[in-house]
Design a protein around this ligand. Structure first.
Ligand code: 5GP
Length: 190
């Protein structure tokens, strides 16, 4: 998606450890119009898949997942990384290794909010090694739901997680795929 690629080139900052910082438009201050367009693109890509729920992981996936769910007219559910007092004990859980924090989380979704009749579109801001995506797929499958695919804003193609999942048969639509990234250059997959 040209608009997203332009924003990455203009405002993205490459940080140590192959981390792309997009805090100025996607992860901290959010360009709402841009995120609305990301939601529209993901809707177009999955509109024939009979999606009943959009699933993401807190916190940086929430904005994109919201806009996507709005286009579909379905609820958005996000996996929590912390057990809060309001979360029931009846949860589906999956382990996820966080790429940016370099730690393991147990992510949780209440059994009340996804189930066997759901057709789930997983949405996230980044796809790198694929751990977050695998954790969410795991949770959806534990609930007996169908996973229609994954819609991603920025895939770091050079880390390979997306291609492995595609080879396993998952439909993944990434709106920008970075093929190469260094301190002073960034190249997209064509
Ligand atoms: P994965 O689990 O695929 O290795 O990484 C995806 C998750 O890590 C996403 O949920 C995202 O929040 C975070 N992430 C991975 N790489 C980056 C990055 O380069 N920049 C930012 N901002 N987040 C990233």
């Amino acid at each position: 998606m040209k608009l997203l690629e332009d924003m990455i080139l203009r405002y993205g900052e490459v940080r140590p450890g192959n981390v792309l910082k997009v805090d100025s438009f996607l992860n901290h201050r959010i360009d709402v119009k841009l995120v609305e367009k990301l939601g529209e693109e993901l809707y177009e890509a999955f509109k024939n898949d009979k999606i009943t729920k959009v699933l993401t992981i807190e916190s940086s996936g929430i904005a994109i997942a919201m806009m996507t769910a709005l286009k579909f007219g379905v609820p958005m559910v996000f996996a929590k990384k912390r057990k809060t007092i309001n979360l029931s004990d009846d949860v589906y859980t999956a382990p996820v290794h966080s790429y940016t924090n370099n730690r393991d989380y147990e992510v949780m979704v209440s059994k009340d909010y996804i189930g066997k009749d759901d057709v789930i579109l997983i949405v996230d801001d980044f796809l790198a090694n694929g751990c977050a995506l695998r954790g969410l797929i795991d949770i959806a499958h534990r609930a007996g739901a169908t996973v229609a695919g994954a819609g991603i804003a920025i895939e770091k193609g050079f880390q390979g997680g997306g291609d492995v999942l595609r080879a396993e048969g998952l439909k993944i639509v990434s709106l920008a795929i970075i093929e190469r990234m260094s301190d002073d250059s960034l190249e997209f997959r064509r």
